[in-house]
Design a protein around this ligand. Structure first.
Ligand code: GRF
Length: 208
């Protein structure tokens, strides 16, 4: 059983998609053993509680120094002994020690087709606003492994989503979530849990 920890900051719809996929048998050989939030009021914490999953909040507001928060975050992750850490809308600059400890064992979901519309400042609605401002006809989502850069680690899965005339950032965000994010993240976890992910020359490959 792959032990999965999910890190969240907000609504947790991606967390919910993972929990639903586990319930429905779309992810096998895995279990979510813990949820970590940096925000006390994240609705994702309620979702975890509803599913009976241990959840903790590690808020930077509770620490005088950033280094103390970083240590607490790493300790919280380690406390669950995870095989895989999943960043599902986790809006925190990651401690270097967390990245190196979980190298090739930590994935992130990003709401665009990387390398477009990613990097510093590209999160939330901003991503979709920029896609619309550029007049793109296609966008999508990406699951990638996490390295020291911003959205720069090996890409694992991507899915394209149509941009429709008249879209607002909100309608586009919703379509990207429904048609891509909520499918890709469970798929990625399932592939990892079943030994169907390999690395070669710095790239990651998932077998169907
Ligand atoms: C998603 O768009 C995800 O791609 C991004 O943050 C958002 C999180 O949404 N990284 P939710 O908290 O899972 O609803």
């Amino acid at each position: 059983m792959l032990r999965v920890v999910v890190m969240v900051s907000g609504g947790g719809t991606n967390l919910q998609a993972v929990l639903d996929a586990l319930r429905d048998g779309k992810i096998t050989n895995a279990e979510v053993v813990g949820v970590i939030s940096n925000k006390k009021d994240a609705y994702a914490l309620t979702r975890a509680a509803d599913a009976g999953i241990p959840a903790v909040c590690v808020s930077p507001k509770d620490y005088a120094e950033r280094a103390q928060f970083d240590e607490a975050l790493l300790a919280a992750a380690d406390s669950f002994s995870p095989d895989l850490v999943v960043l599902a809308g986790f809006l925190v600059i990651l401690p270097a020690a967390l990245i190196s400890r979980y190298r090739n064992r930590m994935i992130n979901i990003h709401p665009s087709l990387i390398p477009s519309f990613c990097g510093k400042g590209f999160y939330g609605l901003r991503v979709h606003e920029e896609v619309l401002a550029r007049g793109c006809k296609v966008t999508g989502a990406t699951v990638h492994f996490v390295d020291e850069g911003c959205d720069s680690g090996p890409i694992l899965l991507q899915k394209a989503v149509e941009v429709k005339r008249g879209d607002t950032p909100e309608t586009l965000q919703r379509r990207v979530m429904e048609e891509a994010e909520w499918q890709l993240l469970p798929q990625a976890i399932d592939r990892i849990a079943n030994g169907r992910v390999t690395f070669e020359a710095g790239h990651a490959y998932a077998e169907p």
